[in-house]
Design a protein. Sequence first.
Length: 387
Amino acid sequence: MATANGRRSDPVSSVAAAHLAPISTARRLVVKVGSALLVEGGVLRAGWLDALAAELAAMRAGGQDLVVVSSGAIALGAARLGLPQGGRASLADAQAAAAVGQIALAGAWAEALARSELVAAQLLLTLDDLEDRRRYLNASATFGTLLAQGAVPVVNENDSVATEEIRFGDNDRLAARVAQAAGADAVVLLSDVDGLYTSDPAAPDAQHVPVVDEVTDTVRAMASPVSGSGLGTGGMLAKLAAAELAGRAGIALAIIDGRPDAPIARALAGGRGTLFTAAGEARAYKGWLGARARLAGTLEVDQGCAVALAGGASLLAAGIRTVEGSFQRGDAVGIVDPARRRIAQGLVEYDAAELRAIAGLARDRQEQALGYTPRSAVVHRDQMVLL
């Protein structure tokens, strides 16, 4: 394990990892478990899972609400069906593997948690379930009821029906979205790495990064897009994307080494981990809006408009330079500055054709172009989140 000077050290030091305190102080915590931790050679690591369940039970007894986001269905199902490439050779293979593996995965979690006197509940989600506002609120209510009754929801993407168009893509980002829907204070990603490094952790000069306050281009350059185990998807870049989603909703996120028994307690006692701090408290609605993954279009604004938006203004038609995409009123759109950096996203008050007709026009000219009195804004500040 790399240290700041490039040397290796034992994963547990003599002092507590104080920067990981948001994990222990979270009233409600989402714990994401990667495939490489749960499945080895197509077989469930039952002993490791039992140890984790016991640790979760101790945390629950200490007053924390817990939600688990668990990978592993495709890996388990692929082994049982004898599918190549771990079930990821094609979407059809992945869906079939998930259909078989999800039964085994849910049963394993239910049995392991029951041995620690916890009740498991299963939720399978697709991207649409958290993109659509009504379905998102339904999911949020379900989480609330289950947690109030002391159950531990175990969540996975519904890979048996999800297509490329309605996929989260990886369970790291799913964990961040679930944390928002469940009203969690923090997310911990249990992985086969112990956090972010300045370069490949195997390199002798790689330095461990304990805290990240903002995911910048420099931070992204440190990450690999490839899953180290070959079982999961996304690699470190997916974890950074999850950290951005969580932080935007006011939720801290930590990456820790999940390989030892009782990995959370070990990390808190001084083990390695990287904490991505929350950007600040976010209203639930704004958090949902900022986490929207599918955008129907893009609006490029001029520099003056970009500055006004940063100051809290609504988006007006006069500041729009170009309109891209085909969207209807109420769809989510991205807003970019003249350098094409996305600065905001929100719900648009016009369809694409109408907006193209009034883009760049002063308000007194918009009524003639539209044939009706223009609305107060293209994207109202209450329906927009800055990125």
